[in-house]
Design a protein around this ligand. Sequence first.
Ligand SMILES: [Zn+2]
Length: 226
Amino acid sequence: MSDESGSPTFIIADFSDDDAANENWPEIEFRSPEDEAWYGVDVWELCDSLVVTFNGFSFEYDEVYSPDDFKNPEELKEFEERFRACSVQMQDTECATLAQGTKVCATCPSVAGEVKFYDAIVVNVSREKHGVDEEGNEVCGCDYKLYWNQGPFVNNVTSAKVGDICLVQEDKRMKPKVVTFLKEARRQLLGEAPQGKETEWQKILKKVTSAIRDHNLDPSVPENQG
Ligand SMILES: [Zn+2]
């Protein structure tokens, strides 16, 4: 995760058996490697592994990830980017917030009978005057042209209506269980000591020691670091 200030690293305390540790964190969605579609999920730990449970699906669809599943930092980063705060169904009154270039998560028209969500970008909006339904609610009939970043229509443009579109959230917070898992995976991948600074210092110390040895100097290194 980022090193930006405000990252609540101290909140990582996942010893509770219940879901208390996951309270007050945004609901998350996950882009499944199976079909690259986004799903609302919950996460829990099984020993060191991270179990991803798909909302509305039985446990047979659960996906289990081990911290040593990743061959390199790119794979781990790719996995990290599969999680984000849940996108939210767009409301008719939010029509004006969409413009060319807005990143959305939308249902794909091609998948018969299945409602799958993929990322897309708004490339054009054909606005119509909004109507009102029997209950007095604003009704958006505008036509949105979406360019798909993922899914069956990747790199193509299709039409969508307000009901097809979810708004991607800016909330960058991630549930502690995911953060903890990513940290452990990164640690295993990089062979890092729990405190990266020490590792960096140990590297320097090693270089200094070998340099001294190479020059047949006295290997007693000053030890007053503090
Ligand atoms: Zn509209």
